[in-house]
Design a protein. Sequence first.
Length: 256
Amino acid sequence: MAYMNFAIIALLIAGGFVAYQFIKPAAYDEQTLCLVSEDLPPHTAIILDKTDEYDAAQADLIAGLIRRTRDRLDIGERLSLFELDADGQFDPRGEFSLCNPGRGGQVNPLFRNPGMIEARYAELFEAPMDAVIEDLVVPKEAPASPILEAMARLGQTENFSPDAPARRIVIVSDMLQNSDLFSAYGGAGALPDTLPPARDVAESVERRYGRSLSGVEIEIRLIPRGRYTDLQRGALKEYWDDILSELGMRTDWRDL
């Protein structure tokens, strides 16, 4: 009888150890808060087009959009915030790129302390992000708007390369592209006659940057611009749809 009791206890201990191995928290990188793994995590990138100005009400809507996107992240999913400048580069002053370490309500209380997890989330993820948002929503203006080039460059970066699963871009922009690829300006409220075919634009992007955007989901949060609003919601939207489809992207347009 004693032997049987000992065997049962041993089995319970062994079973508990095996269960712990499956449920215990995974190791994470202290710099990025991403899980330590050879595989890249799912990645959502929010691009704020700062090459045109927007008003205070729009700034509040942008901040709310960023926070809602953050709150929908799964544990381990990466979120990056970028500020697009007139050179098609991402201004490092506005850069934020961390993985969601998990909130108190997202963890198993048998193995982790929800209060401590929530405190870590607030200190290491939420607070740094809020600090970046304060700068991101400060209106600025620039003479050029190379939106497409910036997205293609993003697709070439290691963390947002095609090796990352579930790549998603949320871009806040008027989508009034103005670069050597094409310019939406000069048509007196309509698309200019000199606009190249969408396929030609996509081929130019692929020659420069490869198929870096293929498979990416893009959510476009449109900022209307006065006399350009009808163009933005009509012919220009269709033109963008054709370009992005040629690049292998799935597109969803929404109001800010």
